[in-house]
Design a protein around this ligand. Sequence first.
Ligand code: MN
Length: 281
Amino acid sequence: MLTNDDGIHAPGLWAAAQALSQVGEVCVVAPDREQSGVGASLTLHAPVVARSLEIPALERLSAAANEEAGSPDGQQAEIRHRVTAFSVEGTPGDSCILGLEKLVGPVDLVVSGINRGSNLGWDVMVSGTVGAAFQGYFRGYPTIAISVGSVQNPRFDGAASLLRLLAQKLDQDGKKDAFLLNVNVPSLAPDQITGVEITRSGGRSYGESVREEGTGHQKRYWIARNRPVMADNGEGTDMNAAKNNRISITPLHLNLSHQEMLPRVETLLAGVPEALLGKGG
Ligand code: MN
């Protein structure tokens, strides 16, 4: 099953669909519009509408994506025979849940992407690409979130080839263990990519800035993630690999607890349980 956060029209999604359709059946379940930055959010207070795409619509999307990405028009046959698709009026997380629980059912692999723009370091907290992928991981599937390092004129061919190779390897090894890989591929011609590195998440890569519009009582504020902050981008991090034009593969899990902080919190809490619960002191 394939999803994303750039929306069902995104060239990166169809580059992934084409690559994966060379390995097996692909079902695309993706938001009907741009949803970048929504993280793992879910629609819990309204119904979520999903529409299945007819083959002509699917082929149009795929061909348009090919054209935008400047790739050859070679894989339309696989798209016709091995790909089905649903467009979801919801978040990436909604799409992944709908796909796995209802529209597609058990699958061999969950892929989210190929995202336009990298998801490095702390970006995984706001990334819809990774947010959707968590739903695959929570449900016990091998899951890959995959992004390319450029928002402007991204190249998807390297990432698409990697995706095909990984899907083939998973198919061969036959294990069905749950994992989540956050993969970032340089937006370069494959012969310019300098290596493949297994990494840990780095620190913060972007800070937010706010632009104000309007006067008087009502103002509008635009939040933009346009301030590069490079914290913890040393050797072994995803950001370091990206900086050196290497593919970064970071296995993720979801344990945010901060072990080293426990003594500090204990000090902070001295006397609090007694004061709160009226016992002892
Ligand atoms: Mn995106």
